[in-house]
Design a protein around this ligand. Structure first.
Ligand SMILES: *Cc1c(COP(=O)(O)O)cnc(C)c1O
Length: 368
């Protein structure tokens, strides 16, 4: 049996009548730009995240960028983030005119190591941008404590952690603001690009509402220059349908992870480490082995899809070759890049799928 890395079609098949109706309703209304479904989704997503405001934007990268801009981050400022992340995190910082400073990650959780935060702070530091990688919240109490002591803004990159919890609190509700991506393969995915910023801060919410829509307060009344980065109404309509299923899908992902944990327990791979009092939402189920490339090939030959998040350490990627990063500067991130493997993970996976993947991994190590 082939097992794909993700299967978006299985989810659509389960929801087809609801999704088709929601899309048709937008087409019937023709309210394509900031239409009814956008404000409805914003209200529902804010409630889901247990915050006051959600502002829909064009994608997750813009959610990060506009969030930082709304908070006043710009040229001359520094923002600290994790070295093990997707380039969107650092792109968003750079695009505000600020500089990013990378901190290595924790060997067990693969998230920003709070113990390394303080030494990365300079007089220019304005914000910390923790990433809740793979669906597990970063250790926010330690991060928020450093931020408070140094009077820094905290914006969460929650693009992989819709619905996750840290000591009871939802991902996205702990910092001053948080960014979400609804890229199709995320735990809550649109049918194209989409994103949102969430915050409890009324002033930031108002600013974001202006920034995403040409600085427009009312039609042609521009109180500032903004951007064109609105959440598409069709995407909002799809997201409204899917949001109603998100908690159940995340519970399903935890079940799939539990099946993997059980079946991989006696094999020479490192399984995900979950912090106490955290609800991981397993955007990705990531294992570690020094024989990663051979295992990946072995699984591919059996029709099992895998991913690597991420195979090239961000500081060593070509885009940043002029920034003076050295090999060995981020030892954990660099080691992970050669050893991590993301196994198939989606809410519709069955126990038989997991048996297939785990069985193949067992076979790989038995033949080694
Ligand atoms: C997906 C993702 C983003 C950006 O999302 P887009 O919607 O593709 O712009 C940012 N950060 C992380 C960690 C992500 O996984």
């Amino acid at each position: 049996m082939a097992v794909p890395f993700v299967d978006l079609k299985a989810q659509y098949a389960a929801l087809k009548p609801e999704i088709d109706r929601a899309i048709q309703a937008v087409v019937d209304r023709c309210d394509f730009i900031l239409g009814q479904a956008v404000s409805e989704f914003e209200g529902e997503f804010a409630r889901f995240c247990e915050v006051r405001h959600a502002i829909g934007v064009a994608n997750g990268t813009d959610a990060l960028r506009l969030g930082l801009l709304a908070a006043g981050i710009g040229p001359g400022d520094e923002v600290i983030t994790a070295a093990n992340t997707f380039i969107a995190t650092t792109e968003a910082i750079s695009q505000t005119g600020a500089a990013f400073r990378l901190v290595d990650v924790d060997e067990r959780t693969y998230n920003l190591n709070p113990a390394l935060l303080e030494e990365a702070i300079t007089p220019r530091t304005k914000a910390i941008l923790p990433v809740h990688l793979y669906g597990q919240p970063a250790d926010m109490d330690l991060i928020l404590d450093v931020a408070r002591r140094h009077n820094l803004l905290v914006m969460e990159d929650a693009c992989q952690a819709h619905g996750a919890r840290y000591k009871g609190r939802r991902a996205g509700s702990m910092g001053h603001l948080a960014a979400f991506s609804f890229y199709p393969a995320k735990n809550l995915g649109a049918y194209g690009d989409a994103g949102a910023v969430v915050t409890d801060d009324e002033a930031l919410a108002r600013k974001l509402d202006l920034l995403r829509n040409h600085g427009q307060k009312s039609k042609y009344e521009h109180v500032m220059e903004g951007y064109c980065s609105r959440l598409d109404t069709l995407q909002a309509a799809v997201l409204r349908v899917k949001l109603r299923h998100l908690d159940e899908w995340n519970a399903r992902r935890r079940q799939v992870a539990a099946w993997y944990n059980e079946r991989l327990a006696d094999l020479p791979v490192v399984r995900p480490h979950v912090l106490p009092d955290v609800e991981h939402v397993y955007h990705l189920y990531v294992i570690r082995t020094e024989r990663r490339d051979a295992l990946r090939e072995f699984l591919a030959a059996r029709g099992i899809g895998t991913g690597m998040h991420y195979p090239i350490p961000l500081p060593l990627t070509e885009a940043y070759s002029g920034m003076g990063f050295r090999k060995g500067q981020f030892p954990v991130t660099e080691r992970l890049a050669g050893e991590i493997l993301s196994l198939p993970m989606f809410a519709e996976m069955t126990e038989a799928h997991v048996d297939e993947v785990a069985g193949a991994i067992r076979e790989f190590f038995a033949g080694a």
